[in-house]
Design a protein around this ligand. Structure first.
Ligand code: ZN
Length: 456
């Protein structure tokens, strides 16, 4: 009996070890299989270090990049090459959030059950949601200045324009070891900036939900006011007005007072809802997280945080998603730039699926914000500056310190069933949001609407 039980113990140990071994293999296979298959020494896929045969195209089938027998080639138009660089990628693989880098699994058509489908002569086509001409228009509008421009369809999530500057021509990449002013970084996805007054949309949402008398109140601005141990200033004395005008005039004094009245917890709750501290996921890519936090903040810190200064940091893509959710009645549709993968082998093809988040604002709060943002354009920004567009928007002029000019922001959306586009523009050290970022937004939106009309 003793012998038998010892044997069964040994058998039990062996079978447990086998189960653990299989589990470890399956775990590694699921997690790393794509990496094993796409390892650059896999001669089934790579020639001369690049994927032997593939194409990356824009939404209209314009070829942005292709390889044929291991020879890479970009679009022949230099502006398009530079404008789509961060989305497409560089052949050295230094732009880590690019299609070339991230969609490698799709490029070689790897999948867990069937392995690699890829054939040398018959690579796959990766269609991006971007419009190359709209991206080129955005790069031209930035006119040599650093910053980023994003435009997306807030109903489907498809990104039409994603441009980051400075950029470079991928045919002649700069030396990585030199200071390129962050040319290898996609600022739209991977940066975080002080938001300044565009943050007043978050403070407004909190005020609408938590101050029942908000729209019957009057506010007075004398141009500056001491709050806590700091003086909050406006460019001028705004006088006495209602809440609608407080946002249209972007009155710092009013918003600083609203912030201290709302308090730490409420502001943090609404910043979290807007995606601060977590960012969004774009076609599998995590954006920079941004920052909003008031632990240990003094009264004046809270005041400054409510006008988008203090330690507030916004990721452009995440904030555009928030503005898109306002346009969409309170529900975010997450931006994506991978449209579809097509190939001879239909089993490896994929199609676009929209990625809808859960509600972050009530329908009525979102619609109220949209009306306020529309009023901003009518009352302050000038409808004539955005011809033909039913625009809702907010400016930002974010102080960055160090004697530098402020960062210029402009964000918002078009109220339209046909052209439901939300956007964000930042021009680094550009100056005033309305003077510098708004004209860039108008140029790009006009190009985007024209492109969508043409493809109807
Ligand atoms: Zn004011």
């Amino acid at each position: 009996m003793k012998k038998i039980s010892r044997r069964s113990i040994v058998a039990a140990i062996l079978s447990v070890a086998m189960v653990i071994g299989i589990a470890m293999f399956v775990y590694n296979y699921v997690n790393d299989g794509a990496a094993w298959a796409s390892f650059p020494s896999n001669q089934h896929i790579y020639t001369n270090g690049v994927i032997a045969s593939q194409r990356i195209l824009d939404r209209n089938g314009v070829v942005l990049y292709k390889t044929s027998k291991g020879k890479p080639a970009y679009n022949e138009n230099k502006t398009i090459r530079k404008a789509t660089l961060h989305a497409v990628g560089d052949t050295s693989g230094n732009i880590s959030t690019s299609a070339m880098h991230v969609f490698t699994d799709q490029l070689i058509q790897y999948d867990l059950l069937n392995g690699v489908y890829y054939h040398h002569d018959n690579g796959s086509d990766i269609y991006l949601t971007l419009d190359a001409n709209v991206c080129a228009a955005a790069l031209n509008a930035l006119d040599g200045r650093s910053g980023t421009v994003g435009v997306y369809n807030y109903k489907t999530g498809q990104i039409l324009c994603m441009v980051s500057a400075p950029t470079f021509d991928p045919k002649t990449p700069p030396n990585l070891s030199e200071d390129n002013n962050g040319a290898y970084i996609n600022r739209f996805l991977s940066s975080a900036y002080t938001p300044g007054s565009i943050f007043k949309l978050v403070t407004s949402a909190a005020a609408i939900d938590n101050m029942p008398d908000l729209f019957s109140r009057t506010f007075t601005c004398k141009g500056s006011e001491k709050i806590g141990n700091s003086t909050v200033t406006c460019l001028k004395a705004h006088g006495t007005f209602n809440f609608k005008t407080a946002l249209a005039d972007s009155c710092n004094v009013t918003y600083a007072n609203l912030a201290t009245e709302l308090g730490r917890g409420v502001l943090e709750e609404y910043a979290e809802k807007a995606g601060f501290n977590k960012g969004v996921t774009v076609s599998g890519i995590s954006t920079a997280t941004g920052n909003f936090g008031l632990s240990g903040a003094s009264k004046s810190d809270i005041a400054w945080s409510g006008v988008g200064q203090y330690t507030d940091l916004a990721n452009p893509c995440t904030y555009m998603t928030y503005v898109g959710a306002i346009a969409n009645g309170g529900i975010p549709v997450y931006p994506q730039f991978l449209s579809k993968v097509t190939s001879e082998n239909s089993a490896a093809s994929s199609s676009y699926k929209k990625n809808v988040g859960s509600r972050i604002l009530s329908k009525s709060t979102a619609d109220t914000l949209a009306d306020l943002m529309h009023n901003n354009v009518i009352q302050s920004y000038g409808k004539r500056n955005f011809p033909g567009l039913d625009l809702c928007a907010k400016t930002g002029t974010a102080e960055v310190g160090g004697g530098k000019k402020p960062n210029a922001w402009f964000t918002g959306f078009i109220r339209s069933e046909e052209y439901p586009l939300a956007f964000i523009v930042i021009v680094e050290n550009g100056g005033s949001g309305i003077e510098v970022a708004a004209p860039v937004a108008n140029t790009v939106l006009q190009a985007a609407v024209k492109a969508l009309k043409a493809s109807d």
